[in-house]
Design a protein around this ligand. Structure first.
Ligand SMILES: Nc1ncnc2c1ncn2[C@@H]1O[C@H](COP(=O)(O)OP(=O)(O)O)[C@@H](O)[C@H]1O
Ligand SMILES: O=P(O)(O)OC[C@H]1O[C@](O)(COP(=O)(O)O)[C@@H](O)[C@@H]1O
Ligand SMILES: [Mg+2]
Length: 475
């Protein structure tokens, strides 16, 4: 192929920037109601900020979703049939010159809720939402909704907990969520009625894919009722399965914790005769934690993830591979994501149908099953040889810890991005890093996008080269 030189023209086509539509409260509220007046941003008078030109972002500040192109070809997805380069863009997150809530007149009443499973950093996001609202915008009415979506309409008085910076001061050092969380309990009308009755006009929703699907419905209902309420989503998932954003907070912390389990499995395996260390890691439908822990540990001989089918017996199967590893090294380490191999585990019809309160499938323990299959295999094929399987299941240990330094900083930026967006009158958005810059993404898009491991890409090839494991799909 001809080499691209400096002299050659690149990108001869014209370019269209397609800005993803972000809803502003003024888009659906009658104009001009008094409460939708624009106010100058109080950061203008904040002693710690000296807004200079370029400090405030405008609606024309955008981030491109895709930043990788093949300059030689017009055959990829970024080109329209007319040969034009079409680039999806999102509004950049950050403070705006004008805001549409006036904290000075006590006009802001914010609610914060955490939903779904735990994830390192949830408490940091809560902390930074409270401190940011209080310190940056002078908001004094901030409430924590207890125990997930159901807390909005619960009849427990203290399920709407008034929050202030003193109460959340040390929160970033603690795992979990001080607000408690839950699955299920989504009742749209009761939730929106409660938001309306309690007078909340900013709702910060911290949660994963399920939570964001709920947030879409809340946002739609709020628009239908023409309420002056901003809805901001903050994407949370230890599995890193939320799409569009670079990664989710807490993920790196979880990968770090997973390393400890893998190291322990490695020590146990190499200290036994024909020892296998087996580690089960979280990942309901995606294997990002298993993949990243495998790549960074280098002690792993085989990584099994939900995105890739595998089998045990016969040519190219797991047993054959482990047998060769045991012969070569005397030990082996297997990492399995909880959602992997579910179709191989015998189960009753009832177990197949089993769902948690949010409607997520309930899995059988792939680690326990694999351990028992490994033992049966060895006893059958090598009855006279020693064999040990040490199974480590650190499931909740990797997510019930405080966020590490990187994740803590990330949580702070996310919380501030959410606050700036809501104060500026944007609604129905999720904030998150896109190619390293923070943006506002329509919540609908986030609810639909899923981040799965692509077993055809370079990263998975890298996993295979590190582990040398079989390519189950292709043998
Ligand atoms: N399709 C949906 N519509 C409305 N609410 C949903 C939907 N899916 C999940 N939820 C609600 O979102 C919350 C969290 O969902 P869940 O799947 O448990 O966790 P996550 O948000 O972390 O993926 C639960 O209260 C659940 O009832
Ligand atoms: O036992 P719980 O609390 O339901 O959580 C287990 C699930 O949480 C997860 O980490 C995903 O949680 P989210 O969907 O809430 O992010 C899965 O990997 C796992 O199946
Ligand atoms: Mg989820």
């Amino acid at each position: 192929m001809e080499e691209l030189t400096k002299q050659q023209p690149v990108l001869e086509s014209s370019t269209i920037i397609r800005l993803q539509c972000l809803t502003h409260l003024t888009d659906y509220l009658p104009v001009p109601p008094l409460q939708l007046q624009a106010h100058t941003n109080p950061l203008d008078h904040n002693p710690y900020f000296h807004p200079i030109s370029g400090f405030y972002l405008s609606p024309t500040d955008v981030i491109l979703r895709n930043i990788l192109f093949d300059l030689h070809t017009s055959s990829n997805n970024n080109y329209t049939s007319g040969g034009q380069l079409e680039l999806a863009a999102y509004h950049r997150a950050g403070p705006r010159q004008h805001i549409y809530f006036d904290p000075a007149t006590g006009h802001v009443r914010a609610a914060i809720v955490t939903c779904g499973g735990l994830c390192p950093g949830m408490n940091t996001v809560i902390r930074e939402l409270v401190v940011g609202l209080w310190e940056l915008y002078g908001v004094r009415e901030i409430f924590g909704i207890k125990a997930g979506y159901r807390g909005f309409y619960s009849d427990q008085v203290d399920d709407h907990l008034p929050l202030n910076p003193r109460m959340v001061h040390d929160l970033h050092k603690r795992g979990g969520t001080m607000l408690e969380t839950s699955r299920g309990g989504f009742d749209l009308h009761q939730i929106v009625n409660a938001i309306q009755d309690r007078g909340y006009n900013q709702v910060y929703i911290i949660g994963g894919d399920g939570t964001m699907r709920g947030a879409v419905k809340i946002f739609d209902e709020i628009k239908l009722r023409k309420l002056n309420i901003a809805v901001a989503g903050i994407p949370k998932t230890v599995d890193n399965d939320v799409g569009i954003i670079d990664r989710s907070f807490g993920f790196q912390t979880a990968v770090e914790m997973a390393q400890q389990a893998i190291s322990a499995a490695h020590v146990e395996a190499e200290s036994a005769v024909n020892g296998i260390g087996l580690v089960k890691l979280m990942g309901r439908s995606t294997g990002h934690i298993a993949l990243h822990a495998t790549l960074s540990s280098r002690d792993v001989d085989c990584c099994l993830i939900p995105e890739m089918e595998f089998y045990l017996e016969g040519k190219g199967g797991l047993f054959e591979f482990l047998e060769s590893r045991l012969k070569e090294n005397g030990h082996a380490v297997v990492v399995v994501a909880e959602g992997a191999g579910q179709n191989l585990i015998p189960r009753t019809e009832e177990q197949i149908q089993d769902k948690d309160e949010s409607g997520n499938p309930v899995f059988l323990d792939v680690g326990g099953w694999l351990k028992s299959e490994l033992k049966k295999w060895w006893a059958r094929d090598h009855p006279k040889e020693l064999f040990t399987v040490k199974y480590i299941d650190p499931t909740y240990m990797i997510r019930a810890v405080p966020a590490n330094a990187t994740d803590n900083l990330y949580c702070t930026l996310l919380a501030h991005a959410a606050i700036h967006g809501a104060m500026a009158g944007y609604t129905g958005f999720v904030c998150g890093p896109i190619n390293g810059n923070y943006g506002y993404i329509p919540v609908q898009e986030v609810a639909e996008a899923k981040n799965v491991v692509d077993t055809n890409d370079h990263k998975w090839a890298w996993v295979r080269s590190v582990t040398n494991q079989p390519d189950f799909a292709r043998t």
